[in-house]
Ligand binder design. Sequence first.
Ligand SMILES: Nc1ncnc2c1ncn2[C@@H]1O[C@H](COP(=O)(O)OP(=O)(O)OP(=O)(O)O)[C@@H](O)[C@H]1O
Length: 241
Amino acid sequence: MTAALRDVRMIYGPETRQVLALDDVTVEFPPGTFTAVMGPSGSGKSTLLHCAAGLERPTAGSVTIAGTDLGGLTETALTHLRRERVGFVFQAFNLVSSLTAAQNVALPLRLAGRRPARQEISAALAAVGLADRARHRPSELSGGQQQRVAIARALITRPAVVFADEPTGALDNRSSKQVLDLLRALVDDHGQTVVMVTHDPVAAAFADRVLMLADGRLVDELEDADAASIAARMTALELAW
Ligand SMILES: Nc1ncnc2c1ncn2[C@@H]1O[C@H](COP(=O)(O)OP(=O)(O)OP(=O)(O)O)[C@@H](O)[C@H]1O
């Protein structure tokens, strides 16, 4: 498994006003699969993503990435594992505005103490269709192009799994489709594992599997579902909770 959560529970806040954000969640993300995570607002989607990616430590249960149990790692070892084995894509792109596209893509390698080869960076930008934008700064790129730079940056360390938190949340329909086609192609052509939180049934329909969360619990799982059936399931969940 590229990543797995076993009996994961996450409680936030002091004793007097605790929130149970994840309630005994067990899930596996097999290699070369694309999973979407959906659910009503506050159902625990971001918490699940953050725990699975080693950004937050759960209150109880275990998280494994590429065969390593995160619970046994020191903060330093966890930071290293995140840098090298995990890729992140955020709704707000999170590119460094003073750096060019190529420098942004090279950043994770520099942080890992490696000197990136020019060829490696241009290949990464070419893979997301931006070979001709290497010297552009984020402000000189469209939203969709910035998100594709962010995806190239997420992939540069060849992570075991890419976690995307609402990657199309700030994009128009056309740019969203480009980003989703790109994520789909990474899975189909390169066997990449992708886990994506989204509110959008159209985006979720690009995934192989849609996990539905409600009140911190996994309540449903759809395989190869189309946008209409995902939307119908979401509406039913929102009405029920
Ligand atoms: N740092 C925190 N401290 C206290 N409570 C938190 C914290 N982070 C999240 N929560 C609570 O945990 C629950 C799950 O939050 P989470 O952000 O995972 O939901 P979500 O499904 O991603 O929501 P949304 O779709 O609105 O982004 C919510 O009730 C939220 O208020």
